[in-house]
Design a protein around this ligand. Structure first.
Ligand code: SF4
Length: 195
């Protein structure tokens, strides 16, 4: 199923880059512009997945959502997090296990893009800082991706927060309900901590 996004057009990308540059030159926050672009993308993706069933989902989150100081290497496998209640990655690990979806905690954007191109999931669900979201839209416009900006950050690239409820809901809605669906809403201690 082909997903068509204006982000595939060099002209569109140049227009976005110009808009961002003008914001910066005028001393204005480019956040509202990026959030509008992300909202338009999400609406486009929702229309696409309404017509094309989603069988595979790739969940991508940035490394800065890991609990500061946690020594666990979450790059390859989140299963070690499934019994942990100290940070939202525990909830993510349990969600991926219940739903059979792949999750990547991305230490480098290029790794996330390479994995997306290799796996070509029917849908990506991702949260990241606004700059990285634009990077993703530019890098893999051919893959439908529902995106959400991070909701907070303790300090640059440390202790990031994201909307776990939104992520869970996108996965649930895309894959449909099943016997385990109720569990998706059984928010653990990390659900509150994540937002
Ligand atoms: S869920 Fe636990 S083990 Fe996994 S990154 Fe967070 S604090 Fe570390």
């Amino acid at each position: 199923m082909t997903f068509r996004s204006p982000w595939a057009s060099p002209l569109y990308r140049a227009g976005v880059a110009t808009g961002r540059r003008l914001c910066r030159l005028a001393g204005r926050d480019e956040g509202p512009l990026i959030r509008r672009l992300v909202a338009a993308q999400n609406a486009r993706v929702q229309r696409h997945i309404a017509r094309h069933p989603v069988r595979s989902v790739l969940l991508i989150l940035p490394r800065c959502i890991r609990q500061p100081g946690c020594p666990v290497d979450v790059r390859g496998d989140l299963s070690i997090c499934a019994d942990c209640l100290r940070c939202p990655l525990g909830e993510v690990a349990r969600l991926t296990a219940r739903r059979g979806v792949r999750a990547l905690v991305a230490f480098r954007s290029r790794h996330a893009f390479a994995m997306a191109r290799e796996e070509r999931p029917d849908l990506i669900v991702a949260s990241a800082c606004e700059d990285r979201l634009v990077k993703a839209l530019r890098a893999v416009p051919e893959i439908p991706a529902l995106l959400a900006p991070l909701t907070g950050m303790a300090r640059p690239c440390v202790g990031a927060k994201f909307d776990l409820v939104w992520v869970t809901e996108q996965v649930r809605a895309a894959l449909g309900t099943n016997d385990n669906a109720d569990d998706d809403h059984a928010a653990g201690p990390c659900a509150a901590a994540a937002d």
